[in-house]
Design a protein around this ligand. Sequence first.
Ligand SMILES: Nc1nc2c(ncn2[C@@H]2O[C@H](COP(=O)(O)OP(=O)(O)OP(=O)(O)O)[C@@H](O)[C@H]2O)c(=O)[nH]1
Ligand SMILES: [Mg+2]
Length: 295
Amino acid sequence: MEFLDRITAKLHKTRNNFSEKIKTVLNISSSGFTDELRDEIEEILLSADIGPQLSDYFLDIIKKSEGEDILKNLKDKMVGILNIEDDREYLKKPVVILLVGVNGTGKTTSAAKIAYYLKKKNKKVLLSAADTYRAAAIDQLQIWAERYSLDIVKGEQGGDAAAVIHDSYVSALSRNYDYLIVDTAGRLHTKKNLMNEFIKIKKVLKNVGNITPDEVFIIMDSTTGLNGLVQAKVFNDFIDLTGIILTKMDGSAKGGCIFPIVKEMNIPVKYIGIGENIEDFFPFDPELFIEGLFR
Ligand SMILES: Nc1nc2c(ncn2[C@@H]2O[C@H](COP(=O)(O)OP(=O)(O)OP(=O)(O)O)[C@@H](O)[C@H]2O)c(=O)[nH]1
Ligand SMILES: [Mg+2]
């Protein structure tokens, strides 16, 4: 139950701002689903960045649950939204996982965290430091790699990211790695020239091994709230996203943004980051997540 305990401890901001408040208003409401109660709950939902559509949906659930276990119904529906079927199979090695996202969302940290997580599962993991834009980006991943004895292929700052990915793929293939985890540069979704780099990366992977990335995870900073949805949509236009890594849930009061993002994008949350340390990272489990949130 490590995940549940840790998530319970770390989700306090979203819990204080959201689930605790909902529980409180539902508990003290003895006069049924009044307009006043509706407004109160709506405000809580919106302030946690659940978005207008899903707020209406959840309000409807609460309204229709009168006499039943309201909280249980609500939690079940929340789990239902987050439970995206994920039957992806990895057909060949190395499994290529690309980490993408806007600046500062936690890509590099998450690259190290995933590599460490998989390594602990006895997988052979290679990191690809393909953020050639930002000064010190390569060093940043290198430091993680040294600290936790993770293997890494590095490029040169100012060099071609696609070339680094090419070299690291060749290296991973020839040395029989199970996973290749690629850290990419942060980029604003509005900067077209940077977004176009993904097209080159796809081309390189196609040429070198006739492959498409097995996974493309968008790293979303949960403190960003609903703006994350806008980012995800644009990224998805340039490179097909297969999953979400939700970071900084420990510092976010807007964790509700997870619901509209998953619903709209129809891709699962694969991992969740709840701190700056390498072990503050878990595969995402919708049921346990909701249980932890409402504990
Ligand atoms: N509290 C908390 N901090 C995190 C989490 N994940 C990453 N961070 C912090 O967020 C900051 C940015 O993390 P990076 O991994 O450098 O983010 P990035 O997306 O690689 O940034 P760029 O490469 O500049 O785009 C660092 O200070 C991390 O320690 C998390 O889950 N919780
Ligand atoms: Mg980075």
